[in-house]
Design a protein around this ligand. Structure first.
Ligand code: GDP
Length: 528
């Protein structure tokens, strides 16, 4: 493999941010982009923040595709590294989208509010990271406010997220007494001045905390810092790069995103320690990023809201080889070659002048519904990447079509929305209805609005008594046949024709699982 290819590959850092709403993800993203010189993007991130909560706002924002498409992938250059930050939707109703974005990253950054510790959404996202042993770096935010003690936060993370913490920086006080952070790794002191400065202050190099300058700078808090550091040196987990890369230890940094404090340190450590693109599994073998032949998979699809142009952008993560515009690749699910001429390469500053991209980069492919989430693209072989999941929905609704003549349009719309991952649908084996399934209820409103706007279908949804869905398979054909016969009334096929069991209560689900030990009930389904 030629040297420039390997150099390009090794300087890629592709990651996503996981956090509970309000922890400071948007603020941190803006600061990271500023360091990366992509300042013009910061406004776009802000614009999105306004519409986080209400459906109507979400729809309006989504209409401004310009914003949401560009903020889906934020690429910037920092210290010679090519950083791809993939946006994860903040609203928990779109968490399925977030889960899938996390399949396309090589590492994650976890933001935690120092006053709140680990929150529910963080826990869920962490579960997804654990499925792939994604390395996670942690930023404890809002130290300019009074919060939990740093040791309590670390204990909370270790207990709730079952991951070892290795603090690489340590805060000196908090709230009004917040004086800065001591970098345990480089043994440097960074003093804090409030006020949202964009420039980072140079640290004061202190190799020995006994240095009298520490007392000059920190007065009475110098003693506290010395005690803390002594305690940490005895009791804290030492940072181990391989443990971090395996996903079993998280290096922890403290700071205040809004004041831009501690962000630079975090970014410096991130580009240095976070992994470059990793090998990925297919149904038959691992694909190394160093392989010269191009490969990639679609992890997100975004539709154009303008009904006149029903085109969609598929976001494809490059897994191996070099992408060049106009190249021919094989789309495994469809079994056909496609020419990638209509591709956008996401580069924050210089989008138009780039004709090639490398593993870790994301390309956007315009298409008219020919690409589904989970689709694999290979230059030479016909392989399928694994690990891009559909999650069993928690919420269900029955679709009511207002105009029966639109049945065909309804099916088309629902199929495309399901391919995009916007919603799931099931067709019960008995009857002729459509059951929608979603991880978050807001997805139903968005589905109805989009059916109308993009497919001209007036539909409504009504409650239905389902509480859980599981995809079912079995190695035992006879068992499966018996199960199908017996459970006929509770079985359905999803948009890809896969068999699913819809249970009216969790209790019933448990019962069925006990009664049918030869049947496998799956909470996730791999898309391929
Ligand atoms: P997101 O929901 O995780 O994207 O959070 P945002 O970045 O929108 O931040 C949520 C709120 O916390 C906003 O009002 C921010 O101004 C505020 N915030 C973010 N970082 C800090 C910080 O370091 N200190 C304080 N005091 N507030 C912060």
């Amino acid at each position: 493999m030629d040297r420039t290819f390997l150099e390009e590959l090794n300087k890629r850092r592709t990651f996503g941010i996981i956090s509970h709403p309000d922890a400071g993800k948007t603020t941190l993203t803006e600061k990271l982009l500023m360091f990366g010189g992509a300042i013009q993007m910061a406004g776009a991130v802000k614009a999105k923040r306004a519409g986080r909560y209400a459906t109507s706002d979400w729809m309006t924002i989504e209409k401004e595709r310009g914003i949401s498409v560009t903020t889906s992938v934020m690429k910037f250059n920092y210290n010679g590294f090519e950083v791809n930050l993939l946006d994860t939707p903040g609203h928990q109703d779109f968490s399925e989208d977030t889960y899938r974005v996390l399949t396309a990253v090589d590492s994650a950054l976890m933001v935690i509010d120092s006053a709140k510790g680990v929150e529910p959404q963080t826990e869920k996202l962490m579960e997804v990271c654990r499925m792939r042993n994604t390395p996670i770096m942690t930023f404890i935010n809002k130290l300019d406010r009074d919060g939990l003690s740093p040791l309590d936060i670390l204990a909370d993370i270790e207990e709730k997220l079952q991951i070892e913490c290795a603090p690489l920086s340590w805060p000196i006080g908090m709230g009004k007494r917040f004086r800065g952070v001591y970098n345990l790794y480089h043994r440097q002191l960074h003093l804090f001045t409030a006020g949202g400065q964009t420039r980072h202050q140079e640290g004061v190099l202190i190799t020995d905390l006994a240095d009298p300058r520490v007392d000059e700078m920190l007065d009475s808090q110098a003693g506290e810092l010395r005690d803390d550091v002594e305690l940490l040196e005895g009791a804290a987990n030492p940072f181990e790069l391989d443990q971090y890369l395996k996903g079993s230890q998280t290096p922890v940094f403290f700071g205040s995103a809004i004041n831009n404090f501690g962000v630079r340190e975090l970014l410096d450590a991130f580009v240095e320690m976070a992994p470059p693109p990793k090998a990925r599994a297919t149904t038959t073998r691992m694909v190394s990023p160093e392989e010269p032949a191009f490969s990639g998979f679609a992890f997100k699809i975004q539709a154009n809201m303008d009904p006149a142009h029903r085109d969609r952008i598929a976001f494809v993560r490059i897994c191996s080889g070099k992408f060049t515009r106009g190249m021919k690749v094989f789309q495994t699910r469809v079994g056909k070659p496609v020419t990638l001429s209509n591709a956008t390469i996401f580069m924050a500053q210089d989008r138009t002048h780039v004709d090639e991209a490398y593993p870790g980069d994301i390309i956007g492919i315009h298409n008219h519904g020919t690409i589904s989430i989970g689709d694999s693209f290979f230059e030479k072989e016909r392989l399928s990447f694994t690990g891009i999941p559909n999650f069993a929905p928690d919420h269900f609704r029955r679709v009511r079509l207002e105009n029966p003549l639109k049945a065909k349009q309804l099916l088309k719309g629902l199929t495309q929305l399901a391919e995009e991952g916007a919603v799931q649908f099931f067709r019960p084996m008995s009857g002729n209805s459509y059951i929608l399934g979603a991880v978050g209820v807001l997805q139903f409103d968005v589905t109805m609005a989009r059916l109308k706007a993009e497919y001209g279908v007036d539909a409504a949804y009504e409650p239905v008594t389902f509480a859980a869905a599981r995809w079912v398979t079995s190695d035992d054909r006879k068992q499966l046949e018996a199960f199908e016969k017996d459970m006929y009334a509770s079985l359905a096929h999803d948009s890809q024709g896969k068999l699913a069991y819809l249970a009216s209560s969790l209790w019933r689900l448990e019962n069925a699982m006990e009664e049918w030990p030869g049947i496998d009930f799956h909470k996730t389904r791999e898309l391929a």
